[in-house]
Design a protein around this ligand. Structure first.
Ligand SMILES: [Zn+2]
Length: 233
């Protein structure tokens, strides 16, 4: 009995994902340039309004858009965070938050302009191809393998992306997945604790540990003993 349990634990694999940092320069420089223009216009406005004698007529008009552009650029610049791709789906880090869409909740994956749009049932994650070309390449490749029916990217458009490189991104264990509060796909039972959850290793559908089917109800992959526990911290 004890031996059997040990064997099963040894076979069970961990949830892993790849984490990609945005290719900094592009976004950073654009945000910085716009920010600098904003700050410059703000400076000119302040100078014209309060220092120049007589005050420039247009000084106030310069002041307001200057501040607006500056504020806008700060939001924009901090918008593009690291992207993660792996067993738990697609995730984007924005400030201290991690927004995650499991593969089973993706309705449609497509490229719109210079963005990869991961459309989910309740959330959509838009990933800019410029700073995240490798992340996008990995998402497309993984989606084609895991949930091919949602992929809506023509071959000619897919050529915008590089080949997914094994050396891109940092491969790591998923240790911050939160599934408590979700419902078992099969029984609809509330998952009260992470420890009660089992994940489909293909599409990340969540099951209560006592309701794991032989085949995943979402992607039809073989499940049973292949279902993965969610690490608790
Ligand atoms: Zn599945």
């Amino acid at each position: 009995m004890a031996v059997k349990k040990k064997t099963r634990q040894a076979v069970a694999r961990e949830l892993v994902e790849r984490r990609f940092l945005p290719r900094g320069s592009q976004t950073g420089v654009v945000a910085f340039v716009v920010g600098a223009i904003g700050a410059g216009a703000l400076g000119a406005g302040v100078w014209g309004r309060f220092i120049a004698d007589p005050p420039f007529q247009h000084a106030l008009y310069l002041l307001v858009p200057g501040a607006a552009v500056l504020a806008g650029s700060l939001v924009w610049g901090s918008d593009i965070g690291p992207v993660r791709v792996g067993d738990a789906g697609v995730a984007m880090e924005a400030n201290a938050e991690v927004v995650r869409i499991p593969w089973c909740d993706i309705d449609r994956l497509r490229i719109v302009g210079r963005n990869l749009v991961v459309g989910g049932t309740s959330i959509t994650i838009t990933i800019p191809l410029g700073p995240h070309a490798q992340a996008a390449a990995w998402i497309l490749a993984e989606a084609q393998r895991r949930v091919p029916s949602v992929v809506d990217v023509k071959g000619s458009v897919a050529e915008l992306l590089p080949k997914p490189s094994e050396s891109a991104g940092e491969s790591r264990k998923i240790d911050d997945l939160q599934v408590a509060g979700r419902h078992c796909v099969r029984s609809d039972q509330l998952i009260a604790f992470e420890g009660d959850a089992r994940l489909c290793p293909n599409c990340a559908a969540v099951y209560h540990k006592s309701h794991v089917p032989d085949r995943c109800a979402k992607c039809e992959a073989k499940l049973g003993a292949r279902a993965l526990p969610v690490p608790t911290t």
